[in-house]
Write a protein that binds this ligand. Structure first.
Ligand code: HEC
Length: 183
């Protein structure tokens, strides 16, 4: 009985997979069950993996926030947009959509850090930890926590007031934060 039920499940799964019946096009939304499955898998995966991440105590530090603003403008706004920014071609074509982070997120700071560092499979959200160190990524998270409160003017001011541009941060990272080159 159990074996027969199992066989039905295996055959049904193989049919869905090999007939090509499921549409993977980014301009055709997921069916409700698949959407639910993907969302739940993502949320649980992030929550479990972020559980042990220790959030730096100085996340609200204004220099950190300003620094994160410059990184965000450079690295994230093309997909996640910014206050008063029109939707970009990339953001219009992405599926799943990149949430507009100025509207806030239900994620904790630790969860945001995990997502930014490791990215999200099959979504277009890159793993920024491949090319950026934790110090830089925490600045981005520090900024994300402030972003929902900002007007367009405040956002522009913050980006301009950043102690370092993205390129300067990258150069500093390559040299090591202690001024020593990485091995
Ligand atoms: C090429 C487009 C792209 C870029 C660039 C990008 N993201 Fe994303 N990001 C996405 C997409 C798409 C999702 C949604 C993934 C999903 O729903 O499975 C996402 C999801 C996220 C989430 C999870 C939001 C939530 O509430 O679940 C966070 C946080 C995030 N991105 C932050 C960033 C930050 C910070 C940067 C810049 C360092 C960045 N992203 C750059 C496409 C992008």
């Amino acid at each position: 009985m159990v074996a027969a039920a199992l066989l039905v499940v295996v055959v049904a799964t193989a049919l869905v997979v090999y007939t090509g019946i499921y549409n993977v096009a980014a301009d055709a939304p997921h069916t409700q069950p698949v959407f639910w499955l993907m969302t739940t898998v993502r949320e649980r995966s992030i929550a479990v993996r972020a559980a042990d991440i220790v959030v730096p105590g100085d996340l609200a530090d204004s220099k950190r926030v300003a620094s994160g603003a410059a990184q965000y403008a450079e690295m994230c706004s093309s997909c996640h947009l910014a206050p008063d920014m029109k939707r970009t071609e990339i953001s219009r074509g992405l599926y799943p959509r990149a949430p507009e982070l100025r509207r806030g997120s239900r994620l904790t700071a630790a969860e945001e850090f995990w997502v930014v560092k490791h990215g999200l499979k099959m979504s277009g959200m890159p793993a920024w930890g491949v090319t950026h160190d934790d110090e830089l990524l925490w600045s981005v998270v520090a900024f994300l926590r402030k972003l929902p409160e900002l007007t367009a003017d405040q956002y522009q001011q913050l980006v301009k007031s950043a102690p370092k541009t993205h390129d300067e941060m990258m150069q500093e990272m390559d040299e090591g934060h202690d001024g020593q080159p990485h091995q």
